[in-house]
Write a protein that binds this ligand. Sequence first.
Ligand SMILES: Cc1cc2nc3c(=O)[nH]c(=O)nc-3n(C[C@H](O)[C@H](O)[C@H](O)COP(=O)(O)OP(=O)(O)OC[C@H]3O[C@@H](n4cnc5c(N)ncnc54)[C@H](O)[C@@H]3O)c2cc1C
Length: 494
Amino acid sequence: MIYDYLIVGAGIGGLSAGLNLATHKKKTLILEKNSIPGGLVSTFKRGRFEFDTALYNLYDYGDDVHVGKFRELLKEFGIELETKIVPFNTRIKVLNPEANFVIRGEIKDFIIELERLKEGSIESLKEFMRITKEVHEAMELLKNHEPIDSSIAPNFIKYFNTDSYTALKSLGMPEETIDRLGFLWPELGSPLNKLSFIDFSLFMYKIIFKKNTILLNNSLNLPLKLAARYQELGGRIYYNSLVTEVTKNGKFYLVKTEDNLEYKAKHIIFDVSKRYVYENIIKNHNPEINRLENARTLSPNGVVVYLGLNRSPEELGLKNYNYYAFHTLNSAENVRYMTNLEHETFSAIVPNIMNASASPKNTTILVLKKMFFTDVFKNLNNQNYEQIKEQIAQNLITSFEETFKIDISEYIEEIAVATPVTFASFTNNVDGSFYGYMAKSYDNPIYRFITYPEEETPGFTFVGASSLFGAHVDNAFYSGYYLTEELLKNKEGK
Ligand SMILES: Cc1cc2nc3c(=O)[nH]c(=O)nc-3n(C[C@H](O)[C@H](O)[C@H](O)COP(=O)(O)OP(=O)(O)OC[C@H]3O[C@@H](n4cnc5c(N)ncnc54)[C@H](O)[C@@H]3O)c2cc1C
């Protein structure tokens, strides 16, 4: 049988591509190397704890009043998730010079706090909020191939290739307020002086206008629901199927798996980065693709320590959902430290604060994360890997205890440590990078969007976190949905 579309990888991007194609009755096959769908969105068990590997904040989902695009699209496919809107509840400690601040409540409370911390910020913050709306609306026009000019979206045009720091500064925002407003930059994978202002605005639009959400069930539930609906619509998915080679064979492509099975398809969709695909699956190197790929920078990778603690959050003194420790408030300076194995910037999350059933009664899950802005793990070898992994995990636990004055060591019942090597071997993300490519000012979603038809190799489409809209679950989903919409329109005159 010749499939219309064969999708490599059942991450969120691959599943959304599959869902859309199966909805349009295309013969679609997904080949996934693991035994479950979801890629980075997964769960694992240790003793009586079930840990989510990645998805602790669901963006652009919203609620009945603030309906996010992600929720809207899932509904179209007949999928609903059990979610909860969560307010900010974040404690931030800056080590050098020492400073502390807490963000609690709604976005308006955050803005009031920013003004309280630095008088004279409010006007620029209001202007920023207005701009996020304009950027969002302009991006929607662009996606629908509608024209944009400076009369409709002057700021979108003005800040098209500007980094976030420069753009916020041009709004007259004080330095400290820029740094505090951008406290989530580690989650976006870029310091503010590199991060595209368009990307930052699109991200903040979701947080400001669609609220932050969490999943109430374990996160594997999301890919399982997507995969089940895809199969109901007639799509096929084969697990334990590592794709090792794709070659052209006349009018179709021949896809080989590790266990020497062969499949034929007219078009291939990859839910893995171009860099991985051209190095591992398509063996004939295309210098033009290498040239474009080299202009992109992989997002940081990191170590995540998942802890199951045998006390309740109250007993432990854990009061916040998120904790951040920054070496300095300035993101560019932080990144310089984060190129070494030893650095002092890290974050923590306590799912139980927002979801009492995140772990059994009188226990707590604590997830510690430390990111690196180069592939520091490349220098490790079989001899020192385990030892260095243990050391980073131990240092991270000690840093958390010392920074936030909360004892956890003696209450650890379960511990699991994931390094860039773990993430790379589970998903094939190059160097275990967390968020695809960095969203730099010259490599923002608009550039990627405008150039993707030229960058695509005929017969191949790339979806997921390394694709059009960047990382996060919502963006990975949009890439699969949007690019298959384009394929259906262009190829088949939908
Ligand atoms: C620690 C961490 C925390 C995060 N937290 C959040 C969060 O709170 N909120 C949020 O929105 N996002 C978060 N993210 C980001 C988010 O998880 C990802 O951006 C998103 O899940 C990526 O989806 P993807 O479609 O690109 O696929 P991936 O998840 O990368 O999956 C790719 C799939 O392809 C399969 N595959 C690879 N190679 C082959 C092959 N050769 N043959 C067959 N199959 C193959 C893999 O097994 C995998 O299933 C986090 C990421 C990390 C690492």
